[in-house]
Design a binder for this molecule. Structure first.
Ligand SMILES: [Cu+2]
Length: 279
């Protein structure tokens, strides 16, 4: 089938419009703090780290697209212009200093352009700022326990609740944090390696028995945020969700008072009973 230049142009325009529509839909499908049907983009950011990750992801997507289209265009040009039929007497050119320097230097510059924001992001993730609140998240087979050592030293278990929405993400006792406060999360595993991950905050860190890992987030929006254990940890790996409720300072203070009473006398929540709880 032969297409005129106009036809090709119209098709390309159609593709571009379809792409733009898809992009617009992606944000329509997005739901704060949890996955949504037909979502193909990153979850909406609710922390400075995740905003950075999203920016870096978009930056790389554009860069990759430009490079791919450029290489494809070169290939198409070679196929069309320099095949045996179109170009029966090929030139014998072997070297071109300018092009050789360019195709060595340009990739180096591109890599440096990627490395700079990449390292900046890595340091942002790894450098835990002075925390307003520390929470210790312990991965257990197959649920999470959250300890609040700064706020009255209570600890509680957070188990998936069958009757709660969203399905497979709702829990009985959510982890609660104040909005716009720096929360340091210390993770460890009680039995096997788990991984504490909340996409909207841009955090994912292993919870390893005998080790204390740390990460941090600053939730910039109130609401519910969900994550899942992200390390294959046994038969109920898929059923130990992470639910974080972000509230205002006043609500957080009220919740701490309640939680202190609610969980203080619960021996099942002490670290000594881990073995018993797992049975
Ligand atoms: Cu796990």
């Amino acid at each position: 089938m032969k297409m005129s230049k106009g036809q090709i142009g119209r098709r390309l325009l159609g593709l571009a419009v379809a792409g733009a529509a898809l992009g617009a839909c992606g944000s329509a499908f997005a739901e704060l703090g949890q996955p949504a049907p037909w979502e193909y983009k990153l979850q909406e950011a609710a922390s400075p780290v995740m905003e950075n990750i999203t920016w870096f992801h978009n930056f790389l997507t554009v860069l990759i697209t430009v490079i791919t289209v450029f290489v494809l265009a070169l290939l198409v040009m070679v196929v069309v212009k320099f095949n045996a039929k179109a170009n029966p007497v090929p030139s014998r050119t072997t070297h071109n200093t300018l092009i050789e320097v360019a195709w060595t230097l340009v990739p180096v510059l591109i890599l440096v352009g990627i490395a700079v924001p990449s390292f900046r992001l890595l340091f942002l993730e790894l450098d835990v700022p002075k925390a307003d609140l520390t929470i210790k998240a312990t991965g257990k087979q197959w649920y999470w326990s959250y300890a609040y050592p700064d706020n009255g030293k209570f600890e509680f278990d957070s188990l998936m609740a069958q009757d709660k929405q969203p399905r497979l993400l709702g829990v009985d006792n959510e982890m609660v944090v104040p909005v716009n406060k720096i929360v340091r999360v210390e993770t460890t595993g009680a039995d096997v390696i788990h991984s504490f991950a909340v996409p909207a905050f841009g955090i994912k860190i292993d919870a390893i028995p005998g080790r204390l890992n740390e990460t941090w987030f600053k939730a910039t929006k109130t609401g519910m945020f969900y994550g899942q254990c992200s390390e294959l940890c046994g038969k109920d790996h898929a059923f130990m969700p992470i639910a974080v409720r972000v509230v205002t300072d006043q609500e957080f203070a009220a919740w701490v008072e309640d939680a202190k009473k609610k969980f203080a006398s619960n021996p099942a929540n002490s670290f000594a009973s881990i073995g018993a709880a797992a049975q």
